[in-house]
Design a protein around this ligand. Structure first.
Ligand SMILES: NC(=O)c1ccc[n+]([C@@H]2O[C@H](COP(=O)([O-])OP(=O)(O)OC[C@H]3O[C@@H](n4cnc5c(N)ncnc54)[C@H](O)[C@@H]3O)[C@@H](O)[C@H]2O)c1
Length: 312
């Protein structure tokens, strides 16, 4: 198949592009390189398309028809890699929603299949385990942009040749995320502190729980989603939750350290105490079943040689 991966030099996009190329597909990784890192694509043999800016959809259209598009490109949070404020509503909506609209129009025209990255941030303060059927509660403009994209995808679905699947990722971790800085997973950020001999800094008393999903499961859920017979937005997490204290214990195990958490008071007015995905819908629709629990994921990350390691 001829496949396009947007955000292809980013964390998830580059891992996906490499896997698709390994599986024998003709892959184009498209990225603006404004917040990505070339090191993610050093071992990618396919074509790399560099976009003029985040709103440059035309360069992708100019390459001709693709059988499938994996749309991973996005501003990925309300803080930038260096802590800068990305809480600019217009910029977020233009970048995330309006580029998606153009990609969807193009998909209708060319009958391309669309699999795209949504987010569990849509659930906000919602009940746990989080189910697709519950009311959305977006707490920032990033989450609202993803919700708007989901609603747009639903409106386009009847006009598309193939089912359109949005994947609500939870907290993804694994090799290729270092360029994300403050947006990288807490697993990577804590491992960095510990490799530097520092005690890992986490909110008091470390019992907040997160659905941490390993990158290989995220790549796998994208491949499985291509077989979906129904359009929709589906949870794509680990289906389980682990506390930050457990993360620190696993990191001490693989890094062979004995660093106790350095607890500090959460400065934010709102953070979720517990996130966990219910995966029954993704399982029923296309057989998604994650293979990595926290220990196995951290083992694999450590074995990659990239856990807690900074890009050059
Ligand atoms: N990593 C996570 O934990 C997580 C969780 C939920 C959802 N997501 C979603 O998954 C997707 C991939 O995230 P990631 O973690 O790989 O982040 P990332 O920042 O590494 O990747 C995003 C990439 O998109 C590029 N980009 C941004 N806007 C673009 C545009 N309009 N056109 C082309 N390229 C553009 C950036 O340069 C970057 O390479 C995003 O849509 C994100 O919202 C990620």
């Amino acid at each position: 198949m001829r496949v396009l991966v947007t955000g292809g030099a980013g964390f998830i996009g580059s891992n996906l592009a490499k896997r698709l190329a390994k599986d024998g597909h003709d892959v184009v990784a498209a990225d603006s390189f404004l917040s990505a890192h070339f090191l993610n694509l050093v071992d990618f043999p396919g074509d790399v398309l560099t976009l003029r800016d985040h709103e440059d959809v035309q360069s992708m259209i100019d390459l001709g028809r693709f059988d499938a598009i994996f749309h991973e490109a996005s501003i990925t949070g309300v803080v930038g890699a260096n802590g800068e404020n990305f809480n600019d509503q217009q910029r977020m909506m233009r970048n995330n929603v309006e580029t998606f609209r153009q990609l969807l129009d193009w998909s209708v025209e060319t009958k391309a299949q669309m699999i795209w990255a949504s987010s569990c941030s849509i659930y906000g303060r919602g009940a746990v385990p989080m189910k697709e059927s519950q009311a959305p509660d977006p707490l920032n403009i990033y989450a609202f942009s993803k919700l708007t994209m989901e609603r747009m995808a639903a409106r386009y679905a009847p006009r598309l040749a193939k089912p359109i699947v949005g994947l609500r990722y939870s907290n993804v971790y694994g090799p290729g995320e270092d360029h994300k800085g403050k947006l990288a997973s807490m697993i990577h950020q804590l491992a960095k502190q510990m490799r530097a001999g520092k005690r890992p800094r986490i909110f008091t008393a470390g019992e907040q729980k997160r659905d941490f999903v390993y990158i290989d499961d995220v790549v796998d859920v994208n491949l499985k989603a291509m077989k979906s017979k129904t359009s929709g937005a589906f949870n794509a997490g680990a289906g389980a939750a682990w506390s930050f204290n457990q993360v620190v214990a696993e990191l001490n195990r693989v890094l062979k350290t004995d660093l106790q958490p350095d607890y500090f008071t959460n400065p934010y007015s709102f953070t979720q105490d517990w996130t966990q995905t219910d995966l029954s819908a993704a399982k029923a629709a296309f057989g998604y079943a994650p293979q990595y629990d926290l220990a196995k994921g951290i083992d694999a990350y450590h074995a990659s040689g990239k856990l807690g390691i900074s890009f050059a």
